[in-house]
Design a protein around this ligand. Structure first.
Ligand code: F6P
Length: 353
């Protein structure tokens, strides 16, 4: 065990996610149990630029395990991305005696963590995002709560659709990742699901709705991922025009990002938070804690970035150069697995519609 660690910091950055508070609590309590001091950085990386932070004692994280949002606040800080900003952040860490930082968020947060670790501040990233869009991880903290919220909202919409014999097109968050839409579409019995990863057969979906209507069905839910842009609103109009079914449109937007974290998110937050503290104490840096096949494992943050780009077909020249043959093979396998899972679930959604 590396003994130089006396003080660690924790921050939440990017879009908030239910379970972030449970994670900060787990980090704080685990660190205190290991004899460390803990600093909570306020407002993500911005807090490191303006020295906004507070000491977190045992009681400072009481009664937050069940709360949505992040009591440390969050930000998408443009200023931090400049060399000047990063140097300011490093100086702030040094001035405050911070030996390592745990950064909870999504891919943007991990980029910030790498920037700090490249400048000598050890960092560990934890996946906190409702989107489940970190390719290297099967799961991100907040995903389960967001999906449960979507399910509750859609169940309500279904009630009123059934009463009025209507269709409701529901747009859900997820940025360019269709996982929330896909899984909630299955769980809520959607008549159709449209996600960015798979071309949407609009004609087939409309034909299906007509067929279901002819068979006596009264309510129709169509779930569309926000990654398809304004398409969701257009689709609602087309369904109404072509099927004669009155069709409403609902954009759930940020409603899906708030609320009390589910058990799944609290447990994952607890386990990931505690693991991150151990990793810092073991002298590790620039790692992200990910879930694979139900187990928590780690991967290099650079690996996580590049496998994301590989999955999204956004690789740039030279991206793959630093990686071994073995790394490249595992990246390809991860992308293939993720793609296969999306295709499998998409087929299930259509089979069950
Ligand atoms: O990444 C989380 C997320 O909620 C996405 O699903 C969504 O596209 C984005 O953040 C919205 O960001 P903002 O809160 O800045 O509008």
């Amino acid at each position: 065990m590396v003994t130089k660690f006396r003080k660690i910091a924790v921050l939440t950055s990017g879009g908030d996610a239910p379970g972030m508070n449970a994670c900060v609590r787990a980090i704080t309590r685990s660190a205190i149990a290991r004899g460390l001091e803990v600093i909570g950085v306020i407002g993500g990386y911005r807090g490191l630029l303006y020295n906004e932070m507070k000491v977190l004692g045992h009681n400072d994280v009481s009664n937050i395990v069940n709360l949505g949002g992040t009591f440390l606040y969050t930000d998408r800080c443009i200023e931090f991305k400049t060399e000047e900003g990063m140097q300011k952040a490093v100086k702030c860490c040094r001035d405050n005696g911070i030996d390592g930082i745990i950064c909870i968020g999504g891919d943007g947060t991990f980029r910030g963590a790498t920037d700090l670790s490249n400048r000598g501040i050890p960092t560990i990233g934890l996946t906190g995002s409702i989107d489940n869009d970190i390719t290297a991880s099967d799961y991100t903290i907040g995903f389960d709560t967001a999906m449960n919220t979507v399910c509750q909202m859609i169940d309500r919409l279904r009630d009123t659709c059934e009463s009025h014999a209507r269709c409701n097109v529901v747009e859900v968050m997820g940025r360019d990742c269709g996982e929330i839409a896909l899984r909630t579409g299955i769980a809520c019995g959607a008549a159709a699901v449209a996600i960015p990863e798979i071309p949407f057969d609009e004609a087939a979906a409309i034909a299906k709705i007509k067929e279901l209507k002819a068979g006596g069905k009264r309510n129709f839910i169509v779930v569309v991922s926000e990654g398809l842009g304004k398409y969701s609103e257009e689709l609602a109009k087309k369904i109404e025009a072509e099927t004669g079914i009155e069709t409403k449109f609902a954009r759930l937007a940020h409603v899906v990002r708030g609320g009390n974290p589910t058990l799944r998110d609290r447990l994952t937050a607890a386990e990931m938070g505690s693991r991150a503290v151990d990793l810092l104490l073991e002298g590790k840096s620039n790692l992200v804690v990910v879930e694979r096949n139900g187990e928590l494992v780690t991967c290099d943050i650079n690996y996580s970035h590049i496998v994301d780009r590989m999955y999204k077909n956004k690789l740039k020249d030279g991206d793959l150069a630093p990686f071994s043959e073995e790394d490249l093979a595992s990246m390809k396998a991860l992308c293939a697995y993720r793609k296969h899972e999306i295709e499998r679930l998409y087929k299930l959604a259509n089979d069950l519609a």
